[in-house]
Design a protein around this ligand. Structure first.
Ligand code: SAM
Length: 262
């Protein structure tokens, strides 16, 4: 069984087709207007995955850096950076992709904003990982730069993931993909293991079976706020949705904004 995102990279976008990255990007831009004095020039998409958000913001005129720890996810992201204008006119968006760990990444300089979307922060599962990541983000943010991220909430881990199982199905370029998804959640440690079994239809109609294990960790609002403060951030707010409604316990996802104090 593969660990992380390597097996799922090719089908990740299809399985996440319902995610509205444009709405997340609109939220990010509204947060820039609300919390920054001027629009950031360089933005880091941390744990950028297949680059959906990175590309969306690059199209909106930001100089983008994407960091991710999975070579396969970055390979999909890299393909996506090419935009076609007409049949023969191909243009590569100005995106720098770096294969690095979000707990210890290094950039060439500081950036005006860091985003970390789609519960990537929950992938920090080891003791002290949240601190390491927040410290690295702080290190590479301009003074007063903004850090925006979302997390799966304790409510989601306890009541929605739990020990539940699902089947997701989709079709990719005419070939069927089925994903069996089994969760195992330990409320004491806050660790949730996801066991994924993918069946992808090959050109000859035969199915290939692959397995992947992923792990997330539940963080309470208090843990997040403490880690932000400890690593030099002022928490600007925790929100339920893209319209800045105040976060509530029953939410499945929280959107958090923090400012780097330097
Ligand atoms: C749920 S995906 C989100 C991807 C992307 N942000 C999006 O919105 O589609 C989580 C991503 O976190 C990355 N990841 C997990 N742990 C990581 C680590 N320690 N360092 C860097 N990337 C990591 C995975 O490779 C994966 O691409």
């Amino acid at each position: 069984m593969t660990e992380g995102y390597d097996v799922i990279a090719d089908v990740y976008d299809k399985l996440n087709a319902d995610i509205d990255y444009k709405a997340w990007a609109d939220f990010a831009e509204k947060a820039f207007d609300r919390f920054l004095e001027k629009r950031p020039e360089i933005v880091l998409d941390l744990a950028c995955g297949t680059g959906s958000m990175t590309v969306e913001l690059a199209k909106r005129g930001y100089d983008m850096i994407g960091v991710d720890g999975s070579e396969q996810m970055l390979s999909v992201a890299s393909e996506r950076a090419y935009v076609n204008f007409g049949e023969d006119d191909e243009y590569r968006l100005p995106i720098l992709y770096l294969l690095q760990d979000m707990r210890s990444f290094e950039l060439y300089g500081t950036v005006g904003a860091v985003l970390c979307c789609l519960d990537s922060v929950n992938y920090l599962t080891g003791e002290g990982d949240l601190d390491k990541c927040f410290a690295a983000v702080h290190n590479y943010l301009d003074p007063d730069g903004i850090f925006l991220f979302d997390v799966n909430t304790p409510h989601k881990f306890k009541n929605i993931y739990g020990d539940n199982a699902y089947i997701l199905e989709d079709e990719i370029e005419g070939s069927a993909v089925y994903c069996g998804w089994q969760n195992s959640f330990d409320e004491k440690t806050g660790i949730c293991d996801f066991y994924l079994t993918l069946f992808s239809e090959g050109e000859d109609g035969k199915y290939i079976r692959e397995e992947e294990h992923q792990r997330e960790r539940m963080y309470s609002m208090e843990e997040i706020r403490k880690a932000l403060e400890k690593n030099g951030f002022e928490c600007l707010g925790a929100f339920s949705d893209y319209s800045f409604s105040e976060a509530e316990e029953k939410d499945e996802r929280w959107y958090i904004a923090a400012r780097a104090i330097k």
